[in-house]
Design a protein around this ligand. Structure first.
Ligand code: 9YW
Length: 448
């Protein structure tokens, strides 16, 4: 395979570089997602950042969780952005107006009005484990965080189970592509095509385009109009969760997010047992996990075996060859033969084993697919954070060899030391923002 051209860092230099990125992006109460492009706290980024911080400083990791939870809505939703005092990102608090129109949103900190994938229980697990490996103050800090944040994370899982299961099957739905974390993945193209921005969409100016090397690495203006239109719809109904699911233009059962929901329910149930949390709540988590795991397995395409999203508004399956098709490898539940087959596809020539890839880590879209765009955001590039998720979940599920391979190959890609948001699969070039916190955080976790 072709090799990337940049200087490669050794383990110690790479770990120091990663710690340096996290320190550089730290405002004191939050590690922003990146220095210029995203100067605020993003919900799922924060979870991965905690995973990295836990290796460096248990107290700092715990404070990150507390900052995130200070933005939790009264109904349990963890918003996708907790805003810092910085400007320079659009849409900011003035556009969202959550505290103005929604009684559940906190007045401070400012928050957005949608959510992101639930991976926070994994972060809590990592902080608790790091605290227990150390002694004295770290252990006490982690145990106390476990007691205070467990009920909050339970409320978050319950919010998803309550408001985001429109079919009643356990397939958790998103009401905006941003909620999936994979903003412009081709998974959402057909659902977005049906979103018609109204002529009364208030005007806006994007702030992202001059902060990356090349505009072609970011979503298009037509995509942004739809992102903003959905927010406008939500604002007009006061961000009422039931109303958005009933009337919003976009509603898709997200199989990848659902698999993460399963994992988080299970991890939170385990933590709840360790911390003597209410038995009926632990039982509920296990019940949601079982239901949603069955829902993930039920999405599989009868021909390809790949998991699929379901467009609730259009009433149809979405069969786009994206990384989300491998969701069952995150949440488990396949029988051994089916699982081996799916691993073989992931490691095979259409995915990680594609001969033109610089590193054998999962691209977001198959390089064999006509939709593959190697430098365009969620339409092809490799995202280290997605590799970390697969590696972590596969190790948990007993797929140690595949997990170890993904770890080694992603570290090789990231050893250019740029900590890029995403990488060009065919050249290894760093793309999007550099010094991206979650990239640094997962590298740190892997090196410890
Ligand atoms: C945006 C912060 C976020 C991630 C998302 C990613 C991107 C924000 O950056 O969205 O404005 O484009 O798609 O997953 O949380 O890193």
């Amino acid at each position: 395979a072709p090799q990337p051209q940049r200087p490669r860092l050794g383990t110690v230099a790479l770990a120091s570089g990663a710690a340096w990125v996290l320190a550089g992006n730290d405002t004191g109460v939050m590690v922003t997602a990146s220095p210029r492009l995203y100067p605020h706290m993003w919900s799922w980024d924060a979870a991965f950042i905690m995973v990295g911080l836990a290796q460096l400083d248990v107290d700092r990791a715990a404070r990150e969780m507390e900052t995130l939870l200070s933005g939790q809505w009264a109904d349990g939703m963890i918003p996708h952005i907790v805003f810092s005092e910085e400007n320079g990102y659009f849409p900011g608090p003035d556009r969202w107006q959550t505290a103005v129109v929604c009684e559940h949103a906190p007045a401070r900190p400012h928050t957005s009005g949608i959510c992101q994938p639930p991976v926070h229980a994994i972060a809590l697990r990592k902080i608790v484990d790091a605290g227990r490996r150390r002694s004295g103050a770290d252990r006490r800090r982690a145990e106390s965080l476990l007691r205070t944040s467990w009920p909050r994370l339970f409320a978050w899982q319950r919010w998803l189970a309550t408001y985001r299961d429109p079919l009643g099957t356990g397939l958790i739905a998103v009401t905006h592509g941003w909620e999936s974390g994979m903003d412009n993945s081709p998974r959402w193209d057909s659902a977005y095509a049906a979103v018609r921005p109204g002529s009364n969409l208030p005007p806006y100016v994007r702030e992202d385009l001059d902060k990356v090397g090349d505009e072609g690495e970011r979503p298009t203006d037509a995509e942004y109009d739809r992102y903003l239109w959905l927010i406008e719809e939500m604002r007009r109904v006061g961000y009422r969760a039931d109303e958005i699911v009933r009337t919003g233009s976009f509603l898709v059962g997200d199989v990848f997010l659902t698999a993460l929901f399963v994992l988080s329910c299970e991890v939170l149930a385990e933590l709840g047992e360790e911390a003597n949390q209410p038995e009926e709540q632990i039982a509920l988590l296990r019940h949601w996990a079982a239901r949603s795991r069955a829902a993930v397995l039920d999405t599989r395409d009868p021909v390809t075996g790949m998991a699929r999203d379901y467009d609730v508004r259009a009433g149809k399956w979405v069969s786009v060859p994206s990384i989300a098709g491998f969701a069952p490898l995150l949440c488990g539940g396949l029988d051994p033969r089916q699982q081996a087959e799916m691993v073989a596809v992931l490691e095979g020539p259409d995915w990680m084993g594609h001969p033109d890839l610089v590193a054998a880590t999962p691209p977001t879209v198959s390089p064999s697919s006509p939709q593959f765009m190697p430098k365009q955001y969620w339409r092809g590039p490799q995202w280290p954070v997605i590799s970390w998720l697969f590696s972590w979940a596969m190790r948990r599920g007993g797929l140690d060899d595949t997990a170890a391979g993904i770890r080694a190959e992603t570290l090789r890609l990231a050893s250019d030391g740029t900590f890029a948001e995403y990488y060009h699969p065919l050249t290894g070039a760093p793309l999007g923002s550099l010094s991206q916190s979650w990239t640094a955080a997962v590298v740190l976790d892997w090196l410890y």
